[in-house]
Design a binder for this molecule. Structure first.
Ligand code: PMP
Length: 326
């Protein structure tokens, strides 16, 4: 018999899939690291379990404890799966711009969800950072995960996703492209890949309304760069400890409209039914066209599944209201 002991054992070892149509104007091979094959349908399962295990190991998370986190949904799903298998409670704090599907999904796996306004500064007491922190101070036997500054996030990708990509490409990867939010994915994978071959280029995909690109290029944290945006999962109005700017060669920004349109195109042209940050990642990769040559092997990581966006990027009424399609 061949079976996993529990659902957590099925995390990782996701496929690498060649793009065949959307990349037709590029000279190189483009391969997608297809993370929706994880049991929570996103890459974040990997870091969620690693953060829980590291917190158990050093006593921050104790038996019967409550896991508290500010999460846009995917990290919450990974944490909820770990909590079910290992016997913890979960409280998740989300901003109100996140899709209703994401909130319903987290409630389905037993979590309590608290919703906070998006349009307030991170240090405002109503922000989801502040509320998550306050709840963790008020709830007995709780552990505040803080995926932004918790370096187990980066470590998970350094130990699993990075080595998988290196092995699956037979060491032939030349470029790695990925959306950046907390920074764990880009930093962990980027560090591992550059240790194997320092010539590999790592590109982060950012969004308009986020501070990353300007900070990377100038070292200036420019508050004028910050404004509300629609793209989900990437970009920040803070500098998380998990973003290792030294291993990122460049950031490319993608508009909300392009990210939404390319989320639809991935489904229609490639049969890849994926989340909004995948649309941003593939469009950003296409914008980087002049950086690639014939022999390059470009890997792009797709974070999460399309089912979480059926009310938005896969709803043409919503797309029309936003002015993204005619
Ligand atoms: N895409 C989606 C859908 C996400 O949920 C996240 C996590 N915020 C990211 C991209 C960015 O990944 P990371 O936090 O590892 O930078």
């Amino acid at each position: 018999m061949q079976y996993a002991e529990n659902i957590l054992e099925t995390i990782g070892n996701t496929p690498l899939v060649k793009l065949n149509k959307l990349n037709k104007d590029l000279p190189c091979l483009v391969l997608a690291k297809y993370e929706t094959f994880n049991p929570g349908n996103s890459v974040k399962d990997r870091m969620a379990v690693k953060m829980v295990e590291d917190a158990e190991a050093d006593g921050r998370l104790k038996p019967g404890g409550t896991i508290i986190e500010g999460t846009s949904g995917n990290t919450g799903m990974g944490l909820a799966l770990a909590a079910i298998v290992k016997g913890y409670k979960c409280i998740f704090v989300m901003s109100d711009k996140q899709s209703k599907e994401k909130m319903d999904i987290l409630r389905a796996v037993g979590a309590e969800v608290v919703v906070c306004p998006t349009d307030v500064a991170p240090d405002d007491p109503r922000s989801y950072y502040s509320v998550a922190k306050r709840l963790s101070e008020e709830t007995p036997n709780s552990w505040y995960v803080n995926q932004y500054d918790n370096l187990s996030n980066t470590k998970a990708h350094y130990e699993s996703t990075g080595p998988e990509i290196w092995k699956q490409t037979g060491g032939k990867i030349t470029h790695f492209v990925v959306g950046v939010g907390t920074g764990g994915t880009v930093s962990g994978i980027g560090k591992y890949l550059k240790e194997q071959n320092p010539d590999i280029k790592v590109w982060g995909i950012d969004t308009y309304g986020s501070v990353f690109k300007k900070y990377h290029e100038t070292g200036i944290f420019d508050e004028n760069e910050i404004y509300p945006y629609v793209t989900e999962g990437i970009g920040e109005d803070i500098l998380p400890k998990n973003v290792n700017f030294d291993i990122i060669d460049g950031f490319e920004k993608v508009t909300d409209k392009d990210a939404a349109v390319y989320t639809q195109l991935l489904a229609k042209e490639e049969g890849m039914f994926l989340g909004n940050s995948a649309g941003a990642a593939i469009k950003g990769l296409l914008q980087l066209k002049e950086h690639f040559t014939k022999d390059d092997v470009v890997v792009v990581l797709f974070h999460d599944h399309g089912s979480r966006y059926v009310g938005k990027m896969f709803n043409n009424e919503w797309m029309k209201e936003m002015g993204y399609i005619d």
